[in-house]
Design a protein around this ligand. Sequence first.
Ligand code: UTP
Length: 270
Amino acid sequence: MTNAHALKTVVFPVAGKGTRFRPATLATPKELLPLVAKPLLQFAIEEAVMAGAEKLIFVSSELKPGIAAYLSHPGVTADCDVVVVNQEKALGLGHAVLCAREHVQDDSFGVILPDDQIFGPVGCLAQMAAARGESNANMIAVEPVAREDTNRYGIIDPANHRGRLVKAKGIVEKPMPQDAPSELAVVGRYILDAGIFERLADQSAGSGGEIQLTDALARDIERQGLEGYRFNGQRYDCGTPSGMLDATIAFARASGDLCQSLERSLSYAA
Ligand code: UTP
């Protein structure tokens, strides 16, 4: 893949509370939990670099000093410029992205949520950057989910499909299955036009009492447009123990030595 449409700046919101992964997250930030020996955050950094990132902005929390400590180790952020900003209170993903505003100098920037782990032939964000090309529409990674699960995701209202691209005419956060406009769910990769900051700045709290990025994207559709991108890869929700277990097994299966250990363990268990 060429880097003709490289993304220079990527934002990593990592200030969430991680309540679904307690008690582990009482000691270790969710984003530093590993797949075997590699933290989720490291996979996310490598995906950003693969998409062309030169500047990495981490929106963290004073309650999670381990994140900045991890980033201070030589080599973990390649040769990128690194900025760590503080989200004083976990007011929601939209608010976390807004915290990065003064450090985003480009017209477009990427966002990676490290707890959504995606394995594929090419990094998801690089796929999206290539598909977006010269467009300045906001873009979100989407995948089909079971109808009964729509209330766990942002769900798009598709207008039309062109290959992997799905033009959206609406998007709603966590709709009940009977109200969901489709079964295409937003997962944790975005390429946003910097104009989104204006929407986020006056965005009121939505689902769960949080400032939702989804709500700001919905308000931006008329001005900016919104494209879903059906990525090539397998996503694991590593924000939950079961998703983390699935991702760990998938990761082990794909790695030589670990695959042998996995087969050995499974044969003991059989
Ligand atoms: P989640 O929605 O998974 O929230 O955030 P969470 O608070 O971390 O997890 P639970 O629900 O309590 O278990 C998705 C991503 O957005 C970040 C998180 O750190 C995670 O990377 N986030 C979320 C923030 O940075 N700030 C927020 O206010 C909320």
